[in-house]
Design a protein around this ligand. Structure first.
Ligand SMILES: [Fe+2]
Ligand SMILES: [Fe+2]
Length: 313
């Protein structure tokens, strides 16, 4: 689990990354929506530069150095990259304020933006995956609440109350408005998605909003609960023993009514200790799309103690 201060920094990163991705798509279009582009750059400047980068430059980096991280280490590199980002953004700002833009200017702007975007994405990756984990070794317990409080203060002072929620709502709306919802699965063939679900040590069944079984994993593999293709398309109520139907109905009814998001059970079964969980599947508007059941033998996890950081062989 991340400490709150790291979560706050990473949440900022996800807003910045989203803005970058929407911009990349906008700028790749023939017909560009300059109003949307302008708003996205304002997000990068206001939220990314004046808020996020200041949390790092004014509070987080100085603290790491004070706690012993070498001056010449990653912090120096991060600061240098912030400077490059800033220069790019100032240049873009100037360009966007022009009322007339020639095709040639637009082209060089787009290509510079792409350089800036890949630099910034790379920068975010380095912080999330290298600097923040490394920094945890230097941050003292008392620093943890201090950092979170300082981050909140900087955010409030630079952008006002509730900035994170406002900016997150804004990028989400822009993502939707420009029809650019980021669908990470779109690039993966269904076969690979199926194999990925089969590779997990869990059994998954999906029941749609009409209560019909639509999918289960490990079709021709060994399973805890045998399932055959004949259940596909059948009502879930027909797939459960009569004595548990009332439970199934109650869970589904409450999920449909928005009163419940999950239901969990654990039972002994054939020498296993099964954890059985039902999770409501909803779209981004919260509308019920079905329920996913997950069955897992948790015996191997119950025996865990201490830590294991090395490979077995
Ligand atoms: Fe940074
Ligand atoms: Fe950052």
């Amino acid at each position: 689990m991340n400490e709150l201060y790291i979560t706050l920094l990473m949440n900022d990163h996800s807003i910045i990354e989203k803005a970058l991705v929407i911009l990349e798509k906008q700028l790749a279009r023939k017909k560009k929506n300059w109003t949307t582009i302008q708003v996205l750059f304002e997000i990068l400047w206001d939220y990314g530069e004046k808020n996020h980068n200041m949390k790092e430059e004014k509070v987080y980096f100085p603290l790491l150095l004070e706690r012993g991280l070498p001056q010449s280490g990653p912090v120096a590199v991060m600061l240098q990259e912030h400077e490059v980002e800033r220069n790019y953004l100032s240049k873009f700002k100037e360009f966007l304020s022009k009322s007339e833009k020639t095709e040639e200017e637009i082209q060089s702007f787009v290509s510079e933006f792409n350089d800036y975007a890949s630099l910034t994405k790379d920068h975010i990756w380095k912080e999330n995956d290298i600097l923040y984990p490394m920094g945890r070794k230097f941050v003292q317990p008392d620093d943890v609440p201090y950092l979170a409080n300082e981050f909140k203060r900087i955010e409030r002072e630079s952008l006002g109350e509730g900035a994170y929620t406002r900016y997150k709502t804004l990028v989400d709306a822009l993502e939707k408005e420009s029809g650019e919802r980021i669908d990470l699965l779109a690039s993966i063939p269904t076969e690979v998605i199926g194999n990925m679900l089969d590779a997990l040590p869990i059994e998954i069944t999906f029941v749609d909003a009409e209560d019909r079984v639509r999918y289960f994993n490990k079709l021709d593999k060994e399973k805890i609960f045998a399932r055959t293709l004949s259940v596909i398309g059948r009502l879930v109520q027909q797939c459960h023993p009569p004595k548990s139907i009332h439970l199934v109905n109650k869970i589904i009814e409450e999920m449909k009514a928005g009163k419940r998001d999950e239901a969990t059970f654990w039972i002994h079964f054939n020498g296993m200790y099964l954890y059985i969980a039902y999770y409501a599947v909803r779209n981004e508007n919260g509308e019920y799309q079905g329920v996913v059941e997950m069955v897992q033998d948790v015996n191997p996890y119950r025996a865990l103690e201490g830590e294991k950081r090395l490979l077995d062989n």
